[in-house]
Design a protein around this ligand. Structure first.
Ligand code: AMP
Ligand code: MG
Length: 319
């Protein structure tokens, strides 16, 4: 780094059960640090709104009461629920925040997974679908059509928090920064000080726990977000098969359509939701994704064979 380029300011914080990190470039380290802290405070604020595991969150309140009465939420949470509903419709239900009863039944709600009985899966499936969630825009209320419906924003919340945090960085005049939450969603604001785009390394899925990860792609990002969804994020093995924490709401089973997916777009909320959707759809989801968002870039590593097939659009895979 040349003498004229000051060292970047880096900040980190534990939130949403992961580590968020920000790297900021600019002339004034004091104001960069202040902007970074404010952005991380925003992540904390959003976790307090959305977390399933905090009884005081708006989502926990909805889950506890909305089967019995219409529950009022803040305009912000209401708008996010509307976006989640739109993304669910746009992905044919592959992304669905009502998946919670299945996530719980497969032991992934705070746990590392377990094999449920068939009757448990059927009972959970009867409680799934955005049609069971009534969003009333006149008074910002949420109402469930039956008992047992539950919302889980685990596939979109981190992306939303990053999107909001990036807005704050932008409003504070930051022109070059990188923000990620547990590496699964990352947003690059502006360019690097040498005017090159940020470059994000994507690694191959690990073949075994001992293997060194191999580089899969170096993805240039500029005012864009990338999210990665993967089966191995949280999973368990039974009879030689891997069961991961992303469940196909349409079948009730952990997805086997893909091992890993990545989506690049301007909005971190969308990349988060759409990379999860793509993991449940596999290669069949690629065409619909690019129809939905023509500026998207995507990568899918399909499951099902010893030699994984990689389908990439707009992302250059390293041979
Ligand atoms: P991500 O790491 O963004 O792909 O999100 C995975 C998390 O979202 C899981 O741990 C579940 O909490 C939740 N989830 C699982 N399957 C789905 C699905 N099909 N649609 C929406 N959320 C899901
Ligand atoms: Mg996601």
């Amino acid at each position: 780094m040349s003498a004229s380029t000051p060292e970047p300011v880096t900040l980190a914080r534990h939130a949403m059960a992961t580590r968020f990190e920000i790297v900021l470039h600019g002339a004034n380290p004091v104001s960069l640090r202040a902007a970074g802290e404010e952005a991380l405070d925003e992540v904390d604020r959003i976790e307090a709104l959305l977390s399933l595991y905090r009884p005081t969150s708006e989502i926990a309140n909805v889950n506890a009461r909305a089967a019995r009465e219409a529950v009022r939420v803040s305009p912000e949470v209401f708008r996010l629920l509307e976006r989640a509903r739109e993304l669910s419709a746009a992905t044919g239900g592959a992304f669905d925040i009502t998946v919670a009863p299945l996530v719980r039944c497969w032991g992934f709600m705070g746990g590392t997974g377990r094999m449920p009985e068939a009757v448990e899966i059927e009972a959970a499936r009867a409680r799934i679908g955005m049609r069971l969630v009534e969003l009333n825009a006149r008074d910002f209320t949420v109402r469930f059509a039956r008992e047992g419906v539950m919302l889980d924003l685990g596939a979109i919340g981190k992306g939303y928090a990053i999107e909001r945090a990036v807005e704050l960085l932008h409003d504070a005049g930051v022109t070059s920064a990188l923000l990620h939450g547990g590496t699964s969603t990352i947003h690059a604001l502006g360019r690097l000080p040498d005017d090159a785009p940020w470059k994000i390394a994507l690694e191959h899925p690990p073949r075994s726990t001992e293997d060194q990860p191999e580089l899969l792609a170096l993805v240039p990002l500029e005012n864009e977000a990338m999210s990665v969804s993967a089966v191995w994020g949280r999973h368990f093995q039974s009879d030689g098969r891997h069961y991961g924490h992303v469940i196909d709401p349409r079948t009730g089973f952990p997805t086997e359509a893909a091992q890993m997916t990545a989506v690049v777009l301007g909005s971190a909320t969308e990349t988060d939701a759409l990379s999860t959707a793509l993991l449940t759809q596999g290669v069949d989801g690629i065409e619909p994704l690019h129809q939905l968002r023509s500026s998207a870039r995507s990568l899918v590593i399909a499951s099902g064979s010893w030699v994984p097939t990689i389908s990439a659009r707009g992302i250059e895979v390293i041979a």
